[in-house]
Write a protein that binds this ligand. Structure first.
Ligand SMILES: NC(=O)c1ccc[n+]([C@@H]2O[C@H](COP(=O)([O-])OP(=O)(O)OC[C@H]3O[C@@H](n4cnc5c(N)ncnc54)[C@H](OP(=O)(O)O)[C@@H]3O)[C@@H](O)[C@H]2O)c1
Length: 313
């Protein structure tokens, strides 16, 4: 029996080459690197590979659909309440953690080393002896103990930091010094030198870090969000920063991406914004994960990293 794989991705050609090189039998591969130009016969696709926002509009047309492998970690566009749920959806795990951990550590170190103040001093031709603080013995509270939160924790442990994870139930998947349930988030926040958010965007995580959590943070604490923008009450954060009630914040993800040119967030004191770049999908990393899952699927096993439609991640 021939199965149809639809690759709908900006890197479709490279993915198709990797599939061809793997010599998977009984597979017809259709591909497009243009979301608006679907290949002939795409309706017959049983398997789809690509970013969720490209796949979501096509889903209603795929009558034989059985399995989707996302090329991105976040799958929110495929989880709309009115959307299809009659297929398997695989996310991406174990790939982005390293990039995300380096991003988080970069900004933690910049803060502790006063890197921006030193740059300001140089630009003003001032020979200021701006001293630094170590990361060692600082407490990082990591919200989300999934594949990304765990890798961030592993790197923080290597820097001698104390790591407190927060997840739904408080179970410790390692390597956290301890893990607390989300119901105690205010308490966890009150002990944080750094609060790192690595959460999926779900109904339950919307504004999980709200005004109360932000108010509980010590005034020297730094908040870093690399998960999803809507998990943080951004306006409450901006108000706290503007009032000098926080050490700083770094947001790679925002509730509105990009913010409007006149959005006051751009100018919020102590806030660094990056353009959703803390981890990007590379074909050389996603292709092996997909090919492994493809072999599982074609041999009748369940693919790995399945998303629970009900839970939202
Ligand atoms: N900025 C970027 O470029 C970028 C790149 C990649 C990923 N991301 C984002 O990062 C997110 C996390 O990725 P991941 O691979 O680590 O996900 P994951 O392995 O699925 O882990 C998700 C974690 O979030 C926790 N969680 C979910 N709902 C919660 C709630 N209501 N209260 C407390 N904790 C909750 C889970 O807790 P339990 O353990 O209790 O289930 C789990 O520990 C992704 O969903 C994606 O949105 C962003």
């Amino acid at each position: 029996m021939t199965r149809t794989l639809l690759i709908l991705d900006p890197d479709a050609q490279r993915y198709a080459r990797r599939v061809a090189e793997a010599g998977v039998a009984g597979l017809r591969v259709l591909q497009s690197s243009d979301a608006g130009a679907l290949p002939d016969g795409f309706h017959a696709a049983e398997i789809v590979l690509g970013p969720p926002q490209w796949i979501a509009p096509v889903l209603p047309c795929l009558r034989s659909l059985r399995w989707v492998q996302s090329t991105w970690a976040g799958v929110e566009p495929l989880l709309q309440p009115t959307g299809r749920r009659d297929y398997l959806l695989s996310g991406v795990k174990g790939i982005f953690g390293s990039q995300m951990a380096e991003y988080v550590l970069c900004y933690m170190l910049m803060h502790q080393q006063r890197a921006l103040q030193r740059l300001d001093a140089q630009r003003a031709r001032r020979w200021d002896k701006i001293t630094s603080e170590p990361l060692a013995d600082r407490e990082v509270v990591i919200l989300g103990t999934g594949s990304i939160g765990r890798e961030i924790a592993r790197r923080c442990v290597q820097c001698g930091m104390r790591t407190c994870g927060v997840n739904r139930g408080g179970e410790n998947p390692g390597p956290f010094s301890r893990v607390m349930p989300a119901s105690t988030l205010v308490e966890a926040a009150s002990m944080a030198d750094f609060l790192v958010m690595a959460l999926p965007g779900t109904t339950a995580t919307r504004h999980l870090v709200d005004r109360r959590v932000i108010a509980a943070l010590p005034t020297h604490a730094v908040l870093i969000n690399v998960g999803r923008g809507n998990t943080l009450d951004t306006r409450a954060l901006a108000a706290a920063l503007a009032a000098g009630r926080l050490g700083g914040a770094v947001l790679d993800v925002l509730e509105q991406e990009p913010p409007a040119p006149d959005d006051p967030l751009w100018q919020t004191p102590g806030l660094l914004i990056t353009a959703h770049v803390s981890a990007v999908s590379h074909v050389q990393e996603i292709a092996p994960l997909f090919l492994d899952n493809l072999r599982r699927y074609l041999s009748g096993d369940r693919p790995l990293h399945l998303v629970d439609f009900q839970r939202g991640y």
